[in-house]
Design a protein around this ligand. Structure first.
Ligand code: FAD
Length: 490
């Protein structure tokens, strides 16, 4: 069982490519096993600046991404909350960072993910596509490797000092770390999505924004991918499952018709016919987290670890950030600078915190939409978060989530979320009357917290370290090394 590799990564999506590249860049032996042959289709097309300028900068791939011709995204436009008119937020409200980095991209994931995967190979990872991992191999002490089927159908076993599972939401490889997957009842939704061969654009400077519009049955996203391609999806309650499964295309079209703001942008525009955009797809986008994110020899990152509702476009950020944190723990354990236990504890604490702030933000955000007649929206109130879920969340986030919730037990989290929702709603109400440069959204605790790690990542890429890394684990916590790829003691 001599380890042939320092790290074996399962899955070559954004999380897997990030972990593989970040460990290979330190000169370690990395094997990445990916089931498909790239390019492959994936949903999750709207990115955040933290990924584009932070993570991609650290991995040395920001320039290639910038030159790929993706649609520039300056922020979001929302028909959401009390105001019947759409409102905007711009990434340029983010303080401390130079203006050109206050943007992101809307990406065709097949192309974006392939850039990241080829980058992992370029910096030294051995990438084997068409290779499906069946299970992890472990003894009493730790995970030692994986069993997989290679591209020729042969069963193989390979050993590594560490395994990172980044195989997304459909694989079972995550069971190698133990623990359970906890599903959120509050964010139990269904997504039905497809593509149009064009579509009207919002006026400049918001042309490349994601447009999210709440309507009676849920909400719709509208993502301009190219002049001749728009991604449109509906997020609705699972009660629609039977109708959606019977005829996904009609259900999708019905949802679009029911939302006038989006229907207008698509009036007269045909559905896309080019593969892979010619299909209407359905995903249960249940949100979940694992109670354990690592065990000796193995860590979970990306959708294999956790997922939270897509409205804030946090999926790729959480996936790549979690992967970077795990890579730091692996790199620091391999070079002996930080004991394994400590490095992975820091990975888990920071990852849980980041998941927690997005979860909090989303609860507050859903609470803002007022539509008491609607089944979907009346079920999405802070007061409707089930007490079991509140208790599970308190355990997940225990002492790590933003601000005073650190000292709140499950019984007071509901009040805490209501206060965040009221503060957010007040800030959105002031948006139209305030100078863009002093964005009231950012002064709310919940928005400030949600963008904090993203800012840190961008500062890491720009300046070789966050200007102010407060970390979640308190005094003596670890900080990122100057290259962003390992841990240093503070
Ligand atoms: P994936 O991208 O799923 O990659 C996992 C890889 O592992 C795949 O390539 C797969 O082929 C491979 N694999 C699986 N099993 C095995 C195995 N056994 N062996 C080897 N390889 C394997 N996120 C955003 O940032 N912005 C958005 O706008 C957005 N919108 C979304 C809308 C919806 C409806 C949903 C459901 C999600 C959305 N997301 C969005 C989330 C986003 O899709 C995911 O969070 C992101 O793709 C996670 O990346 P990953 O690398 O963890 O997993």
């Amino acid at each position: 069982m001599d380890p042939e590799y320092d790290l074996i990564v399962v899955g070559g999506g954004p999380a897997g490519s990030t972990a593989a590249a970040a460990v290979a860049m330190r000169g370690h032996r990395v094997l990445l096993l990916e089931r498909e042959t790239f390019p492959r289709y994936q949903i999750g097309e709207s990115l955040l600046p933290a990924t584009v300028h932070g993570l991609c900068g650290i991995l040395g791939v920001a320039e290639e991404v910038a030159e790929a011709g993706f649609t520039l995204k300056r922020g979001g436009t929302l028909r959401w909350g009390r105001d019947p008119k759409p409102w905007q937020f711009s990434f340029s409200m983010t303080p401390r960072l130079p203006e050109p980095t206050a943007t992101a991209f809307q990406v065709e994931r097949s192309r974006f993910d392939e850039i990241l995967l080829r980058n992992a190979a370029r910096v030294g990872a051995e990438v084997r596509e068409g290779s499906t991992v069946r299970r992890t191999v472990a003894d009493d002490e730790r995970v030692r490797g994986v069993e997989y089927t290679d591209g020729d159908g042969n069963a193989r076993t390979t050993y590594g000092r560490y395994v990172i599972d980044a195989s997304g939401n459909t694989s079972r490889v995550h069971s190698g770390v133990g623990g359970t997957r906890v599903y959120s009842d509050f964010f139990r939704n269904l997504a039905v999505f497809g593509y149009f061969a064009g579509g009207r654009r919002l006026p400049e400077p918001n042309r490349g924004n994601i447009f999210c519009a709440a309507f009676d049955a849920g909400w719709l996203w509208y993502i301009p991918l190219r002049d001749d391609l728009t991604s449109v999806g509906a997020v609705i309650s699972p009660e629609h499952t039977a109708a959606v499964q019977r005829d996904p295309r009609s259900a999708w079209q019905d949802m679009i018709r029911a939302c006038p703001e989006i229907a207008e942008l698509l009036d007269g525009v045909p559905a896309a016919t080019e593969p892979p955009y010619d299909q209407v797809r359905v995903r249960k986008d249940w949100s979940y987290w694992k109670t354990s994110l690592w065990t000796p020899g193995m860590a979970l990152v990306g959708d294999a670890a956790c997922f939270v509702d897509p409205v804030l476009s946090s999926g790729v950020h959480l996936a790549t950030y979690g992967a970077l944190l795990a890579a730091r723990a692996v790199n620091s354990a391999l070079d002996g600078s930080v004991p394994e236990e400590r490095g992975f504890a820091e990975f888990e604490a920071r990852y849980r915190r980041e998941y927690g702030v997005f979860y909090e933000f989303l609860i507050a955000f859903y609470d803002m939409e007022r539509n008491d007649e609607s089944y979907f929206w009346s079920a999405k109130k802070v007061t409707k978060v089930d007490s079991t879920e509140v208790a599970a969340f308190a355990e997940l986030a225990g002492g790590l989530v933003s601000g005073d919730s650190a000292v709140l037990g499950p019984d007071r989290l509901g009040d805490h979320w209501s206060a965040a929702a009221a503060e957010l709603e007040g800030a959105v109400g002031r948006l139209a009357t305030t100078d863009d440069r002093v964005n009231p959204l950012l002064s709310t605790r919940v928005v400030g917290e949600t963008f904090r790690t993203g800012n840190d990542l961008q500062e890491q890429a720009l300046y070789g370290g966050p200007l102010d890394d407060t970390g979640p684990t308190g005094p003596g916590h670890l900080v990122a090394s100057a290259d962003g790829l390992g841990w240093d003691t503070a």
